[in-house]
Write a protein that binds this ligand. Structure first.
Ligand SMILES: [Zn+2]
Length: 363
């Protein structure tokens, strides 16, 4: 569970919802929708904590017993459906119905229906948060629909999604949408500065934050994920291969030495994830290089800090050479689906740079 922290960019939305609840106007099911990583889930958690807080203020006090239990993920009146925290790819029906009714039983936690069967332990209502509600399989959505159709007093459902269109129309029609806007670059920087990962406040931290804000397009959630994947370091490495300042084979080796949280149950699966991230970053960089060469403002591009100087270097003035490099990266990315060595595919993509970029410089 993420830390219980104030959702800086959405303070007003949450305060408005807290107010509605105090006036007993809070709809029993809300759909918190907005772009990925802007802080909707944190806002849902902050809202639930505020409404469960013993001091009943506009925001959780973070000190009372209830707030402490939310922070330690042990509050009896708060239920969070977070399939990623259970290493699941989707929200199956197992998250909803009791164990004896489960077809597959891959989920080891307790289901929502057991939570609902209990009376509110602390008398300030019960809250269910669904993180990435679009990950609910149809069967799970239908089971959820029952809860939406038969609202129980004091029970509030907070569904978070960046893809409301993926939900069944029957589900959408029974929830009240709350739209979350984007986060400005300064807000995104501030949010990242408050994270443990950058608590040192060093110049390196500040530089890393600026790079992440840019790469993520100002999405704090995405920025943190990119940080966990060493994406900024990958960008630098691939950029140096494109600039010709580092050899392709050196860069390939270093890409596989970077620390990071790459998903996958086996070491081989994690190497494949790492290769996918590296190839994606390379392709995004090549796209930004095209945009920079076309005269777009590099300050607006996620990889502009690397693509801008590359465009100016003249090393990629030959369009045919650029297309060959891009095609090689794309093919390597596609071939990741085959049973080929991830290292070999990254090597192949990187080696296209010296092969074709030198032709570009010669003309
Ligand atoms: Zn409190």
């Amino acid at each position: 569970m993420p830390e219980l922290v104030e959702p800086l960019a959405h303070t007003e939305i949450v305060a408005g919802l807290v107010q509605s609840s105090r006036e007993e106007r809070l709809p029993h099911a809300l759909l918190l929708e907005g772009s990925e990583g802007v802080g909707k889930f944190r806002a849902a958690l902050w809202l639930a904590a505020a409404l469960l807080c013993e001091r009943a203020g506009d925001a959780p006090c973070l000190e009372c017993g209830s707030c402490k239990r939310v922070q330690s993920d042990s509050h009896a009146d708060l239920f969070i459906i977070d399939h990623r925290a259970h290493a699941q790819n989707a929200i199956t029906i197992d998250f909803i119905v009791p164990r004896e009714h489960r077809p597959k039983d891959s989920y080891k936690g307790s289901p929502v229906e057991e939570f609902l069967a209990l009376r509110a332990a602390e008398g300030r209502g019960k809250y269910i948060i669904v993180r990435e509600a679009e990950a609910m399989l149809e069967e799970a959505q239908n089971a959820f629909l029952k809860m939406l159709e038969e609202p129980r007093p004091g029970v509030h459902l907070l569904l978070e999604t960046s893809s409301a269109g993926s939900l069944l129309a029957t589900v959408r029609s029974r929830v009240v949408p709350v739209k979350f806007g984007g986060v400005s670059a300064p807000q995104c920087e501030e949010i990242l500065r408050r994270q443990k990962a950058f608590a040192g406040g060093t110049p390196e931290d500040a530089a890393a934050i600026q790079k992440l804000v840019r790469m993520s397009g100002g999405s704090p959630g995405l920025a943190l994920r990119l940080h966990g994947l060493s994406a900024p370091a990958m960008q630098e490495l691939i950029g140096s291969a494109l600039a010709g300042s580092r050899s392709a084979s050196e860069v390939a080796m270093e890409l596989f030495d970077l620390k990071g949280q790459f998903s996958g149950k086996t070491a081989a699966a994690q190497r494949r994830t790492r290769a996918r991230i590296a190839l994606d970053i390379g392709m995004e960089l090549l796209t930004d290089l095209e945009r920079a060469l076309a005269g777009m403002d590099v300050a607006e591009l996620p990889h502009g800090s690397v693509a801008g100087p590359l465009a100016e270097s003249g090393r990629f003035s030959n369009g045919a050479a650029r297309r060959r490099i891009s095609a090689t990266w794309l093919k390597a990315r596609e071939d990741l689906g085959l049973n080929l060595s991830p290292e070999g595919l990254v090597d192949r993509a990187l080696l296209s740079i010296p092969r074709y970029a030198s032709q570009g410089a010669a003309r």
